[in-house]
Write a protein that binds this ligand. Structure first.
Ligand code: PEP
Length: 251
């Protein structure tokens, strides 16, 4: 039976990659995706902003999508060092990650900032991937579901629909640590997220919910098979074409 929500496997390269290595990675992913000929899943790579244009050129015709890792909420102006959603689109991006926990922590981004960035993505014709997730302290104090609900209510813009938004659940303590929640914990978090989204958007049942946090080739199968998981946001393992393609295959 065809899945109603087409899985999305997204690679977040973070602040990694000079041109030569990034081109090898991009062409490796592109060749694998082209060879596989998948029409039942989407594969996205999110390189550093300096490489969005070059990677977009390198993957052209392969089916691989390209996204940014962050954007400013404004179209243009006096924001030294920032990049607008329009600029990402102009460089070839179709998606943008907003509200990644590293930006929430490193740059103090709030739910309101994330909401404005998601709106900026829409303005520029990009699909925002809104990231949410609890810290270890929040999990250990039993606040995971409440934290996710607060983040969703603050970060998802009014007017969102399944076609205009992707949500990524990324427990902060699982990012880059090699630790993951159990499959049951992932399924419970995703079911809760979808329940909360039901009160926020008209077609929450069709919205794609990604899991992120130490996904690799060897655990992708079980994590992606968890209830309500429609793909993965992958950090470290997206920096190796074979590993990333193994995750995409597991979807
Ligand atoms: C991420 O940063 O979005 C992420 C999930 O990283 P990792 O896969 O390395 O845990």
């Amino acid at each position: 039976m065809a899945r109603s929500r087409r899985p999305l496997i997204a690679g977040n390269w973070k602040m990694n990659g000079l041109r030569a290595d990034a081109m090898n990675l991009a062409t490796g992913v592109a060749a694998g995706v082209k060879r596989a000929g998948w029409t039942d899943r989407e594969v996205l790579v999110c390189p550093p902003a300096t490489l969005v244009m070059a990677v977009s050129e390198a993957v052209k015709g392969s089916g691989v999508l390209v996204g940014g890792q962050n954007c400013h909420a404004s179209v243009s102006g006096a924001h030294t060092g920032d990049i607008s959603a329009e600029m990402l689109g102009d460089a070839g991006a179709s998606h943008v990650i907003v509200g990644h926990s590293e930006r929430r922590t490193d740059c103090g981004e709030t739910d309101t900032d994330v909401r404005h960035k998601a709106e900026a993505a829409w303005r520029a014709g990009l699909l925002p991937i809104v990231c949410i997730g609890e810290t270890l302290a929040e999990r250990e104090s039993g606040r995971t579901l409440a934290v996710l609900e607060t983040q969703l209510k603050g970060s998802v813009p009014a007017g969102a629909t399944a076609a205009k938004l992707v949500v990524a659940y990324e427990p902060v303590w699982a990012i880059g640590t090699g630790k993951t929640p159990s499959v049951a914990e992932v399924a419970a978090a995703h079911a809760h997220i979808r329940r909360v989204l039901t009160g926020l958007i008209p077609d929450a049942g069709a919205l794609r919910l990604l899991y992120g946090g130490s996904v690799k080739g060897s655990n992708a199968g079980e994590l992606l098979a968890a209830g309500d998981v429609d793909g993965a946001l992958v950090g470290g393992a997206s920096l190796k074409a074979d590993e990333f393609l193994a995750i995409a295959k597991a979807a």
